[in-house]
Design a protein around this ligand. Structure first.
Ligand code: ATP
Length: 362
């Protein structure tokens, strides 16, 4: 167990004459035993960050500390970390048991009996006791991932690094393994960075999540902090499903003015917009109140485009001034395409962003 700190971490790759900044001055501090999910779109630098911590990639600048000790310059095997990959990376010619024991034989001075015992205990914990003599090709994807996790756990490292470990599993198994992995990590209490591009995985698994875009860390916070108080428009759009709706509006006399509506703000919110000529209004699909009544008590009138029933909920796609927005409602059975509806944006749920920088104002 250990704290983990990334201090001004930079990675640039030379691509012919071009230089790609894959990771741009990332600062991050994980508490002992914390499960931090590093999330962001494809190509934002998640894997590169993780690979630098693992020692598989050299940092261009910055420091990485495990406990109080810098691991820059240390070989991967000297870093007391265990990594789990998306493609499991099991040795094909070894049985599950040999896969799990191999790292221990190479990096510890435990004797054969002690190794056997640790592998057996871990296999029991992972529910793979009966698979120990099988080679990877005889195991299903889910079983292979259990062996890969078992191989990481058995080493009892200071830090776990996981790079999209559930991506190759089907949706149902992924949800099951998500819960299991979270429970295991809780039990083992090992400091963990878990990389994913899937915001649902991030929201459900992370003690905290770190959101990366274009190599730059956008926000680090608990899932609910990032959901309720996104630091900027990128985080607001990335966290939450379906995504937050954004509407550009002018600021005039304490109101947001759009071609289709004028939204009178409270004095308190209006004061926050002092000096702004325009802003981006953000409103989550689940925060919009939709009604078939239209009138002055509604924020805006919209036309229903498509209604998607999900069982417990409906996603309703509506058009305002030629642009499509999403609304989530519980009761959408009577909604039809082409219907005119009223939408209300309760002020305590709206977000406001600087239209130039994207920084959150409210
Ligand atoms: P994904 O989810 O698609 O794996 P990611 O967020 O993990 O994406 P990285 O793989 O870390 O992103 O890549 C970050 C950026 O660095 C990308 O622009 C990528 O093209 C670039 N990059 C990564 N590895 C190299 C390399 N070895 N040489 C040159 N560029 C690289």
């Amino acid at each position: 167990m250990a704290q983990l700190e990334l201090d001004g971490l930079v990675k640039t790759f030379s691509d012919g004459s071009d230089e790609v900044v894959a990771v741009d001055t990332v600062n991050m501090s994980l508490n002992d035993g914390e499960f931090l999910v590093l999330v962001g779109p494809s190509g934002c630098g998640k894997s590169t960050t993780l690979r630098m911590v693992a020692g598989l990639e050299t940092a261009t600048e910055g420091d990485i500390l495990i406990g109080d000790e810098s691991v820059i310059g240390k070989e991967p095997r000297e870093r007391d970390i265990a990594m789990v990959f998306q493609n499991y990376a099991l040795y094909p010619h070894m049985t599950a048991k040999e896969n799990m024991s191999f790292g221990l034989k190479m990096t510890t001075d435990l004797d054969t009996e002690a190794i056997e015992q640790r592998v057996a205990e871990t296999a029991e914990m992972m529910g793979i006791k009966d698979l120990l003599d099988d080679p990877p090709k005889e195991l299903s994807g889910g079983q292979q991932q259990r062996v890969a996790l078992g191989r990481a756990i058995v080493r009892d490292p200071a830090v776990f690094l996981m790079d999209e470990p559930l991506s190759n599993l089907d949706a149902k198994l992924r949800t099951k393994m998500r819960t299991e992995l979270k429970r295991l990590q809780n039990e083992l209490d090992v400091t963990t960075i878990y990389v994913t591009h899937d915001q649902t995985e991030a929201m459900t698994m992370g003690d905290r999540i770190a959101i990366l875009d274009d190599g730059v860390l956008q926000q680090v916070g608990t899932p609910l902090e990032c959901y309720h108080r996104p630091a900027n428009r990128f985080v607001a759009g990335f966290i939450g499903s379906p995504s937050m709706n954004f509407i550009q509006a002018a600021v005039e006399d304490g109101s947001l003015v759009h071609r289709e509506f004028t939204y009178a703000l409270s004095a308190e919110t209006a004061a926050q917009l002092d000096g702004y000529e325009d802003v981006v209004l953000g409103v989550r699909p689940e925060d919009i109140q939709l009604s078939t009544a239209t009138g002055p008590e509604q924020t805006v009138t919209a036309t229903v485009d498509v209604v998607e029933p999900l069982g417990d909920l409906f996603h309703v796609y509506v058009t305002i001034d030629g642009k499509q927005y999403t609304v989530t409602v519980e009761d959408g059975a009577d909604l039809r395409n082409g219907l005119t509806v009223g939408l209300k944006f309760p002020e305590d749920t709206i977000h406001l962003f600087d239209s130039a920088t994207g920084t959150a104002i409210k």
